[in-house]
Design a protein around this ligand. Structure first.
Ligand SMILES: *Cc1c(COP(=O)(O)O)cnc(C)c1O
Length: 223
């Protein structure tokens, strides 16, 4: 079995990004590659940082709270919260993350805004029709965008979504297209969409932030 190194895997991901970009005549600077390090130890973040990655995604406040002190100072690194945030963890989230991608209620937005720190945020949109997933329904967006824009410490970067996982990346395409259409309606530049199996399609559909775990770090072993 060939065990590929992190640098090889980064190169493979970069190749896929380049191929997708060339199909739609977009440029590499338009894409932020977020390395998703949930479940992996802090050493994985450090290794990725040393390999040149600067943007990281974590799903759980509590998990990252234990990993963050082990990382020391990582100049220029930025951390994104990409998992659901409960209001009662807002304070801790703001201390740990540069961007919260999962704002899904006006209440959460106001809670974050009250914490007296400037913060990048994205609104998570629930598109896939599955229950048990977080995110705001599209019909809630006008009020939610307005509420976030009224928060003077929050900088609204764009929209984020996570379609249900499928072997076939093409099945995610309509969801990505829909997110782009919604972002356009509110003049939002950022689109966080696409994971290891479908970020190529997401880039074709306009993604600005792709969230990649498995393709960089290998499969996660769940406890
Ligand atoms: C885990 C996760 C990812 C990364 O998924 P991979 O398939 O491992 O690339 C991206 N976004 C969110 C919200 C996640 O929870």
């Amino acid at each position: 079995m060939v065990v590929s190194s992190l640098t090889d895997r980064i190169a493979q991901v970069e190749l896929r990004i380049a191929n997708a970009l060339s199909k739609v005549h977009r440029r590499r600077e338009e894409i932020t590659l977020i390395a998703v390090t949930k479940v992996f130890p802090s050493s994985a973040i450090r290794d990725a940082y040393e390999a040149g990655l600067r943007e990281f995604g974590e799903n759980y406040v509590q998990e990252f709270e234990t990993k963050r002190p082990e990382l020391g100072k990582l100049d220029g690194a930025r951390f994104h919260l990409i998992g659901h945030l409960q209001s009662n963890k807002a304070r801790r989230a703001v201390d740990l993350f540069h961007c919260v991608q999962t704002v899904d209620t006006p209440k959460l937005a106001r809670r974050l805004n009250d914490l007296e720190t400037n913060l990048d945020v994205m609104i998570e949109v629930h598109l896939s029709g599955e229950e048990a997933k977080s995110g705001a329904l599209p019909e809630k967006l006008p009020a939610l965008v307005e509420a976030v824009r009224a928060c003077d410490r929050l900088h609204l970067v764009g929209l984020m979504t996570m379609p249900s996982w499928s072997e076939n990346a093409e099945l995610a395409r309509p969801y990505f297209a829909r997110l782009r259409e919604l972002a356009g309606r509110f003049s939002l530049p950022g689109l966080s969409m696409g994971m290891s199996n479908d970020f190529d399609v997401a880039i074709e559909e306009g993604a600005t932030h792709i969230r990649v775990g498995t393709a960089l770090f290998g499969p996660r072993r769940f406890a």
